[in-house]
Design a protein around this ligand. Structure first.
Ligand SMILES: [Zn+2]
Ligand SMILES: [Zn+2]
Length: 107
């Protein structure tokens, strides 16, 4: 598009093409590579398969976790939901397991 500003254009780390914003059927927003094309006839996608999901934002709260007494944080998920969770809970990417306190309260 002609009116896209330079600083808005994000580049795919895999192939260097511009990223485009897309919304899934469930309303989730994501960015994907502009070279990725879905072919409904063959039900396959071609091109670069890079997809970037938006990161959830986290706000620190002045509330204590009822389970361990640590501070709670308010999380806004990519789908627009809010939840409170314990600030000690962390996702370990290496082992793919949750670590720390498991307290979660959906809003
Ligand atoms: Zn790409
Ligand atoms: Zn806790």
């Amino acid at each position: 598009m002609a009116d896209q500003t330079e600083e808005k254009a994000e580049i795919c780390p895999k192939c260097g093409s511009p990223l485009v914003e897309a919304t899934t059927k469930t309303g989730k927003k994501l960015k994907r590579c502009s070279t990725n094309v879905w072919d409904p006839a063959t039900r396959t996608s071609s091109g670069c398969d890079y997809v970037e999901w938006p990161k959830a934002s986290v706000e620190e709260l002045d509330e204590d976790c009822p389970e361990c007494g640590a501070k709670l944080v308010l999380m806004h998920t990519a789908t627009g939901k809010q939840l409170k969770k314990c600030s000690t809970s962390k996702w370990n990417r290496a082992t793919k397991t949750a670590e720390g306190c498991t307290y979660v309260q959906w809003m």
